[in-house]
Design a protein around this ligand. Structure first.
Ligand code: PLP
Length: 387
């Protein structure tokens, strides 16, 4: 178990985290992208799977880098004893990066101002800081716009010559990589190549280039360069909620299985209102209801109410009525024999019969993406590690 703070009893409900599956996913992607290296992205508590355990498993599977968003995540990896390369890319204007540089974390930089912030941190830490220059190739999120790039390259070169920083990489991020053939992908690659060429012409060696996350790593071979940043596919969820991984010859296994035991069981007569607002009523000849002890406080999307399906006793059943904060109700169907204590699987590995819904199924029913389904599972749900 990895969760801190009060949790549901793990026998009652838990997210099973299959670390063997994670290792297998990382290995499978490594084989496809080689000789590019793999940075396993473990931000946001490893997309809700538990950061430290997943980071260790990814390392075992050959991820030579770990990627995180915020400094505290990088420092937590170091505190847990990870000594490998770690890249951190999101911090605020007033953050002091001294502890980050002191902890030997690679840092993203997108402006001359951030070069100065990192130089100051390097001076305070008494060591050279490693930086990756972020070019905005078209996502319009983080990153330096092409017209500002020469000034950033110049600032980075001067900082490198002064010994305060070592420029390791140019990096970027795709906007539409989950859509094969989207014209934005080629445009972003062109912009990326231009930025790298300008940086090199400006006196920087740029030994590493990285732009591909899971989708591009799988579907755009020329985007792999020296390294790919692997997030969702490492957790066994298809980056396009479809067959993108399979199309690349990569068989992914979902790492997270969300399961629970029925905590109540009752027959209600036809017409009985079920859950808040009576958004569902039992049809003829009544309904066999089971109560699942997970609700929107645990990350079950309330807006998915009435469309969610679960696996019980080797078959699919429907969630019915409003999802509550801590509980939700399923219609077990006519003649159901389940009792209190029987197992329900919300989503996970589909198995050979495909009965268990996947996170991608849940994403479809909720109008979102598989990323959000796994990442939103709350801290009250204990993560139980396997493998
Ligand atoms: C900058 C960056 N790189 C890589 C990733 C990993 O993406 P994916 O989960 O699609 O592999 C993310 C995820 O959001 C990201 O923000």
């Amino acid at each position: 178990m990895t969760s801190a703070g009060p949790t549901i009893d793990p026998q009652t409900a838990s997210a099973l985290i299959d670390l063997d599956a994670l290792r297998a996913n990382v290995t499978a992607v490594r084989e496809v992208v080689a000789p590019a290296e793999v940075m396993m992205v473990v931000k946001a508590d490893a997309y809700g799977h538990g950061m430290l355990a997943c980071a260790a498993a990814a390392r075992q599977a050959g991820a030579s880098w770990l990627g995180v968003a915020v400094p505290a995540e990088a420092l937590a990896l170091r505190a847990a004893g990870d000594t490998g390369r770690v890249f951190c890319w999101l911090y605020g204007p007033d953050e002091d990066l001294t502890t980050l540089v002191d902890a030997d974390i690679d840092v993203s930089v997108q402006s001359p101002g951030q070069v100065r912030t990192v130089m100051l941190a390097a001076t305070r830490a008494g060591r050279t800081a490693r930086i990756h220059l972020k070019i905005d190739t078209g996502l319009s999120r983080n990153g330096c716009l092409p017209q500002d790039w020469p000034a950033l390259v110049d600032a980075a070169r001067r900082a490198e010559q002064g010994g305060a920083v070592e420029v390791v990489a140019v990096w970027s991020h795709f906007a539409c990589a989950d859509e094969v053939g989207h014209p934005g992908n080629a445009a972003q690659l062109e912009a990326f190549d231009r930025a790298v060429a300008e940086a090199r012409a400006g006196g920087l060696a740029i030994p590493v280039r990285h732009i591909a996350a899971s989708a591009a790593a799988l579907s755009i071979p020329q985007s792999r360069y020296e390294m790919v940043r692997l997030g969702i596919a490492g957790y066994g969820v298809d980056p396009a909620d479809g067959t993108m991984a399979a199309d690349a010859g990569v068989a992914l296994t979902p790492v997270m299985t969300l399961r629970a035991r029925l905590v109540n069981r009752k027959h209600v007569t036809a017409g009985t209102g079920v859950s808040y607002g009576y958004r569902w009523r039992a049809p003829q000849p009544g309904a066999e209801l089971g109560l699942v002890p997970l609700g929107y406080a645990d990350g079950i999307p309330r807006h998915g109410a009435g469309r969610l399906e679960l696996a019980v006793g080797g078959r699919r059943v429907h969630q019915r009525g409003s999802v509550c904060m801590d509980q939700m109700i399923v219609d077990l169907g006519p003649g159901a024999t389940e009792e209190i204590g029987d197992e329900v699987v919300l989503f996970g590995a589909p198995g050979p019969d495909g009965v268990v819904p996947t996170a991608s199924d849940w994403a479809r029913w909720c109008g979102t993406i598989g990323y959000e389904i796994v990442t939103r599972i709350g801290a009250r749900v204990p993560r139980v590690l396997r493998g």
